[in-house]
Design a protein around this ligand. Structure first.
Ligand SMILES: C[S@@+](CC[C@H](N)C(=O)[O-])C[C@H]1O[C@@H](n2cnc3c(N)ncnc32)[C@H](O)[C@@H]1O
Length: 419
């Protein structure tokens, strides 16, 4: 079914909201204020509270609308439908405005906090037009063994010979390896990882992993992150979690260290928790830059990541001050941490998209930590957890957001809570 409607405002998941015959519709590739023609999706269930659909024609465009820089990622009706770039029709300034509006709205609606959030663009993204930022990509071999991406709303796979969200170096590296020419076993998952170019880097510092097997490079890649004038080095499993934007590790680790430093000035030997700590991106600078006698407990669910965090802290000569624990955060905190570590002066947490959720927020509050630095990749989860933390006596003392996922609706937010 095709309908014409006036788009009203931003909604979640990169969609905007409108109405047809009094019924709510969430529209992909739209912008507020536009008059658009929309193809309404076939209903998944007979009884629906709302409809979904996608723009097929723009009759009155928003000033924020641009031609998709990567047409394959644009609307299906224009030959797109591929590839995780749901804001590819929005100018870079418009993307920041969109993300700011969504974070503020979610904090207001679910967090019950009115706040003004500035969304910062990562250095270099403006010049690159919001493209060429991923240091990791995941593809899947199609039936002919070529690297491909799935077309939305279908089982069709579209063979690709470049990935414009990946850095130019990663695209070139894939060309040199012959990745774009195919030859893979159909349906194999392909992961490519290439750390951002760094001086004095390690030889063969890349990974091409196909169906969990290393086809080229190494399973462990080496990352360098500059934080407050110091360079930190990490060994990271190429199949595991690492911030994907080339600038994200630097931006987030800097924001976290500054927030902790600013809030625990007077404490001589602070105790810090780093929850959902991955391979230790924040653990290393926190252990090094906050105070010479700081003690840290990091908690992470992936055993491989914990082994790497352990290795990374040993190499950085802070291993004695860090207890790297493997396990579920809620269960580990329930069991309790030993001695001084039980009473943190600051808690840093960087949970997955679902957030920390009420139980962990309550455990943090029970620990008595006066400062909580919350790194969130989903504003909805952050807003829900904000409501819990505020209910436990914290207030949101600052919030900033980073556009480390240009061309997509995703946004990273760092909230600092104090009591
Ligand atoms: C967003 S990542 C952050 C990692 C790290 N702070 C970084 O920036 O590299 C979230 C991490 O939480 C871990 N994780 C997810 N659920 C968990 C849980 N319930 N308990 C412990 N760790 C968990 C994941 O394995 C992942 O490494």
């Amino acid at each position: 079914m095709q309908v014409t409607l006036r788009v009203e405002r931003y909604a979640d998941q990169g969609r905007c909201v409108g109405h047809i015959d009094g019924q709510v519709i969430f529209v992909r590739f739209a912008l507020p204020g536009e008059l658009v023609e929309v193809s309404v999706d076939l209903p998944v269930r007979a009884k629906r509270r709302f409809l979904t659909g996608e723009v097929t024609k723009v009759i009155e465009p928003s000033p924020d609308r641009v031609e998709p820089a990567w047409p394959l990622a644009g609307p299906l009706a224009w030959g797109g439908g591929v590839g995780g770039a749901d804001l590819v029709h929005v100018s870079l300034a418009g993307q920041l405005a969109w993300k700011q509006a969504v974070v503020q709205e979610q904090m207001h609606r679910l967090g019950h906090v009115d706040t003004s959030v500035k969304v910062l663009r990562a250095p270099g993204d403006e010049e690159r037009g919001g493209l060429y930022w991923r240091t990791r990509i995941d593809l899947i071999a199609d039936e002919q063994g070529r690297p491909s991406m799935r077309r939305r709303e279908s089982h069709e796979r579209v063979a690709i010979d470049q990935m414009p969200l990946a850095t130019r170096e990663l695209n070139d590296f894939a060309s040199r390896l012959g990745v774009w020419s195919g030859g893979f076993e159909p349906n194999s998952p392909i992961r490519l990882a290439l750390p951002d170019q760094q001086e004095g880097g390690v030889e063969d510092n890349f990974a091409c992993i196909v169906s969990s097997k290393v086809k080229a490079g190494q399973r462990k890649v080496h990352e360098q992150v500059d934080v407050e004038g110091q360079t930190f080095r990490y060994e990271v499993d190429a199949t595991g979690f690492w911030q994907i934007h080339r600038q994200a590790p630097h931006l987030l680790a800097t924001a976290v260290v500054r927030a902790v430093k600013a809030n625990i000035k007077a404490v001589q030997a602070p105790v810090i928790w780093d929850l959902y700590s991955g391979s230790g991106l924040f653990t290393l600078p926190l252990a090094t830059l906050i105070a010479p006698d700081a003690q840290l407990a990091s908690i992470e669910g992936s055993r491989i990541a914990v082994a790497q965090a352990h290795y990374n802290t040993q190499v950085a000569a802070v291993g004695k001050r860090v207890m790297a624990l493997a396990g579920d955060v809620a269960r580990t905190l329930e069991r309790g941490l030993p001695g001084k570590l039980a009473k943190p002066d600051a808690v840093v947490l960087d949970p997955p998209r679902s957030g920390a959720q009420a139980a962990v927020c309550q455990q943090i509050a029970r620990s008595g930590a006066p400062v909580v630095v919350y790194v969130a990749c989903d504003p909805t989860s952050l807003a829900r957890d904000t409501a819990t933390l505020v209910g436990q006596g914290y207030h949101l003392s600052s919030i900033e957001a980073f556009d480390i996922y240009p061309m997509t609706h995703h946004v990273e937010t760092v909230g600092v809570f104090t009591k």
